[in-house]
Design a protein around this ligand. Structure first.
Ligand code: MSP
Length: 514
């Protein structure tokens, strides 16, 4: 059975910044991890191209909405290509297939009796594409997220009977395996406890959207349209919503990874829409935190938007992936700090892991004819490194399953620290002076090289490039598709020639800026 993993579908009002790239990097790590574990993964990403926000941005840039979407979408596709994102499906909400799905879905919801015409009055944030609750008598309210004035709306809209699903949604969000991290459950539980209100699913005066069949002048509200992008991505044939085939595709064995700001849409609106359409609800949601830049919210007006392409050009994939995944608790907010970035890359990757490999392969080459020493099982061994490696493998698997990227990375790093201490304590450079101890040295070197191999294999989903470099330093071709066969101890081939050691990563200048 396939496992479906999704990023949000990104708005194409602007190019991606590092904050939105963050989700995709995390999902890419998860997708790689599950594939290595032998699961069939359908990793979905894409773009959300309709709505007033996009329409306005296009007009401002003197383009038609479609031209504008094409340009920004191209940008996303290039970005993911350059970052080696291993998505399986990329969905555009302007695709003809998506339009058919939205229309079909609407008809299903309509025939459940969940659509009616009403009037929507309220304060709207175009940036959020959301009506906002304004409690005070404020006659010029603004959006607390975007600091922009809200716009007053008073118009005929179609409504979806969300209120009908109150108890089903209450049940769903109280299930222990639906919404993660646990810390975000409360917010949703409180919101639902306040009583679910029907929400409008169409707009008039927003031509840049999918027309609602049978309701002239109405286009679908961008969220009613975009959420269905997940289904469009899964459904293979021509846009037919066929329950049987949908189930065969893996749905609802799905993990939606999203930012905390769009949790409500995914935890409340989306499941209710699906139930109404007679479809199953997704299995799990994970709402991660926000990335700030040197302590400030990222924003164009603040001039502190971190450009993922610049990062890539300046530092390469491994460094940025490492910083984001190893430094930030995935469920919590995190800050990008240049100083910390440089420190982590230099300390963790160049010093701890890099030096471990460099010095061990150098010793091995020097004392064992440029190759990996033979291992003598008859010599006493307390199995210290074997036990540590086994424990690390289990921790990494558990942590990645739980989207605990920081903890998984930390476990790998700790194994490397342990191996470094081990080699310092054993001091093979002293033992080698005694010819009788040569095999003992051989065993020590073999064990540390084996730890290095396991670290290389374990880093595969997190730092795919660095993993390859590590394995190459050990004369291993990176043709690993499944972890299973590569995480057992003792896979290194004695007698295998080792290449000239190369640094696996370049150290960064402390004061280097982008
Ligand atoms: N189009 C909707 C999603 C529809 S899904 C069916 C949307 N798009 S978005 O481009 O505004 O946001 C996409 C994702 O980027 C969201 O998960 C959002 O939380 C995330 N982020 C935007 N800024 C971010 C940070 N500064 N940090 C981390 N994630 C951030 O919402």
């Amino acid at each position: 059975m396939s496992f479906i993993l999704t990023t949000p579908l990104y708005y194409v009002n602007d190019k991606a910044h590092l904050g939105s790239t963050y989700t995709t990097l995390a999902c890419d790590t998860l997708a790689r991890f599950y594939r290595l574990e032998g699961r069939k993964v359908i990793f979905i990403t894409g773009v959300d191209e309709h709505g007033q926000k996009i329409q306005r941005t296009a007009i401002k840039s003197g383009k038609t909405p479609q031209e504008h979407c094409d340009t920004i979408t191209e940008n996303y596709l290039n970005l993911w290509k350059n970052w080696d994102i291993t998505y399986d499906r990329f969905i555009r909400t302007t695709s003809p297939k998506h339009k058919i799905i939205v229309e079909q879905f609407f008809k299903r919801v309509q025939s459940s009796g969940d659509i009616y015409i009403g009037y929507q009055k309220g304060w709207y944030c175009v940036e959020c594409e959301e009506y906002k609750e304004v409690s005070t008598k404020d006659d010029k309210p603004s959006c607390s997220v975007h600091m922009k004035d809200l716009e007053w709306r008073d118009e005929e809209n179609l409504f979806f009977r969300l209120s009908k699903y109150q108890s089903q949604i209450e049940n769903l969000i109280s299930q222990p395996n639906f919404l993660f991290p646990k810390s975000r459950r409360k917010e949703i539980i409180n919101f639902v406890a306040g009583g679910l209100k029907d929400f409008s699913i169409s707009r008039i005066n927003v031509p840049w959207g999918i027309p609602v069949p049978g309701f002239k002048g109405h286009t679908f509200y961008v969220w009613f349209d975009a959420l269905l992008g997940y289904l469009t991505a899964i459904i293979d044939d021509g846009g037919e919503i066929n329950i049987e085939r949908l189930n065969q595709s893996g749905w609802p064995e799905t993990l939606h990874v999203i930012g905390k700001d769009i949790l409500r849409f995914h935890a409340v609106y989306w499941p209710a829409m699906l139930i109404s359409a007679g479809l199953k609800v997704p299995k799990t949601l994970f709402g991660h935190g926000f990335l700030t830049s040197e302590g400030q919210k990222m924003g164009k007006s603040l001039g502190n938007v971190l450009d993922p392409m610049k990062f890539l050009e300046s530092y390469g994939q491994d460094s940025v992936r490492w910083y984001l995944l190893r430094n930030i608790h995935f469920g919590k907010d995190g800050d990008y700090q240049q100083k910390r970035f440089v420190e982590l890359i230099n300390n963790d990757l160049a010093n701890t892991i890099g030096n471990m490999i460099n010095r061990t392969t150098s010793m091995s080459r020097k004392w064992f004819s440029n190759s990996i020493p033979t291992y003598d099982k008859k010599l006493p061994n307390d199995n210290f490194l074997i036990n540590k490696s086994t424990a690390t493998i289990n921790e990494v698997r558990d942590n990645l399953t739980g989207l605990k990227f920081l903890e998984a990375s930390e476990s790998i790093l700790e194994l490397s620290r342990i191996a470094n201490v081990y080699i310092n304590e054993k001091a093979p450079w002293k033992l080698i002076k005694d010819e009788d101890k040569k095999q003992e040295v051989g065993n020590i070197i073999y064990d540390v090289l084996e730890v290095s191999r396991i670290i290389g294999v374990l880093l595969k989903p997190i730092l795919p490039n660095l993993s390859k470099k590590i394995l190459n330093q050990l004369s291993i071709q990176d043709d690993i598709s499944y972890w299973k066969d590569h995480l057992d101890w003792g896979k290194l081939k004695s007698g295998q020639l080792l290449p000239q050691p190369q640094p696996i990563i370049k150290k960064l200048e402390i004061n280097g800026t982008l």
